[in-house]
Design a protein around this ligand. Structure first.
Ligand code: AMP
Length: 114
């Protein structure tokens, strides 16, 4: 999608600090990290919000979570623990309207998140 910042990172038009990619998804470091490890896992397919998912997206959602698990291990935060966050729409804090899974680790996280 023309005006989507994550589509531009995926296409290479904008530079991202990419840590992993394959034919379905791209993972890159968050530009404003909220933890020592903060990676965004993003499908190549432009899907604006979680509300736009359909059953045909089941495989990519599953792959995003499994990729987060692998990257958490690669980044050395799997044993201590990590948080996965998915914001849906502005009320939940979504600012980029191309779905992305936040992987955060390397510090303690409270609950409830606030
Ligand atoms: P959300 O608030 O869930 O939509 O998360 C969007 C995330 O994208 C924020 O944590 C931003 O810091 C991050 N972000 C925005 N622009 C970029 C960029 N160019 N490269 C990497 N991360 C970005």
């Amino acid at each position: 999608m023309a005006d989507c910042i994550f589509c531009k990172i995926i296409s290479g038009e904008l530079k991202g600090d990419i840590v992993f990619q394959n034919e379905h998804l791209v993972a890159f470091r968050d530009i404003n990290p909220q933890a020592p490890v903060h990676i965004l896992i993003v499908p190549r397919k432009h899907i604006a919000t979680l509300n736009d998912l359909t059953a045909t997206d089941a495989a990519i959602i599953s792959e995003m979570v499994l990729t987060a698990k692998k990257l958490a291990a690669d980044e050395g935060v799997a044993e201590d623990g990590y948080r996965l966050v998915w914001n849906c729409n502005r009320g939940a804090g979504q600012t980029v309207f191309h779905i992305h899974l936040h992987l955060m680790g390397g510090r303690a996280f409270g609950w409830p998140p606030g």
